[in-house]
Design a protein around this ligand. Structure first.
Ligand code: SF4
Length: 284
């Protein structure tokens, strides 16, 4: 039986993108190929918030549970889902244990209108081989909608691509790739982060859209440049602009400005409902 290292598994409302407002199960896998330490920092600088927390954790093993970890206002707000220092907080669970836990946390203990979000970290890194076992579980039969929240840098393996194609072709099923492609404001290098051919391939098996985190005019220009590269590779999906900010003080600084930017460019705006609604706490 397949196992997946799970950073978080919780039930909430999707706060971003196409399924904003939809009741959703979030399966956060462990591991990421990026660090995104530039978010919320002046260009060229990196955040040390997460590394400082990690140093404390390693020295005195201060955090026993995810919920005890401090939230950060700069860098990756999901830092504990990939930093090796926190790997002890993410258990390796069998697909059966994951499904049982999902059944416990959804309101009627069976799928109704809830949607499954497989997120990270980067959920398409190494776990592609494990998802079929999870989704083939009989208790997952009535699940209708899945979103992979990915940074758009990981190719689908031929086997998983074929599996997803079949899953998505069943009546009433809908597969989505929410691609949060990382712009230079994340601190990641363009050539590592913008992978148009890979994202165009996601559209062969499901619906894909791009979601860019924006803080400044320069980020907006970078997003436009990225969109033109994605379009050049044949990408047809929608484009969302989303304000930076894992904490309310940062989010509130630029949400309206980003909404207006999106509107004026004929692009979609994505909120981050989890920030004003739940303060972006763990498990939301
Ligand atoms: S890709 Fe996502 S999870 Fe990975 S470091 Fe960047 S923001 Fe964090």
């Amino acid at each position: 039986m397949s196992k997946i290292k799970i950073a978080e598994l919780f039930y909430s409302i999707q706060g971003e993108g196409r399924y904003m407002g939809v009741p959703s199960v979030f399966l956060r896998t462990f591991g990421c190929n990026f660090k995104c330490a530039g978010f919320g920092m002046p260009r060229g600088e990196v955040s040390h918030e997460a590394t400082d927390i990690a140093a404390t954790h390693t020295m005195i093993e201060s955090f026993q549970k995810y919920e005890e970890l401090p939230l950060v206002s700069t860098g990756c707000d999901s830092y504990a889902s990939w930093m090796p220092e926190f790997k002890d907080l993410s258990p390796m669970l069998t697909s059966e244990a994951i499904v049982d836990r999902i059944m416990e946390i959804i309101p009627f203990n069976e799928w109704k209108d809830e949607h499954l979000v497989i997120t990270g970290g980067e959920p398409l890194l190494g776990w592609q081989r494990a998802y079929p076992d999870l989704l083939n579980n009989s208790k997952m039969r009535d699940l209708k909608e899945i979103t992979f929240e990915t940074n758009g840098t990981q190719k689908l393996t031929p086997e998983f691509k074929e599996y997803l194609r079949k899953w998505n072709s069943e009546v009433g099923k809908e597969l989505t790739f929410s691609v949060s492609a990382k712009l230079p404001c994340s601190g990641e290098a363009w050539e590592e982060a913008i992978k148009p051919e890979i994202v165009a391939e996601y559209e062969e098996v499901g619906t894909a859209y791009l979601k860019f985190v924006i803080a400044t005019e320069q980020d907006f220009k970078d997003a436009q440049q990225a969109v033109s590269e994605f379009r050049g590779a044949g990408f047809k999906g929608h484009v969302y602009l989303m304000p930076v900010g894992g904490v309310e003080s940062v989010y509130a600084l630029n949400n309206k400005a980003v909404a207006i930017m999106a509107m004026n460019a004929g692009l979609r705006y994505s909120d981050r409902l989890q920030v004003p609604l739940f303060k972006n706490e763990w498990g939301t």
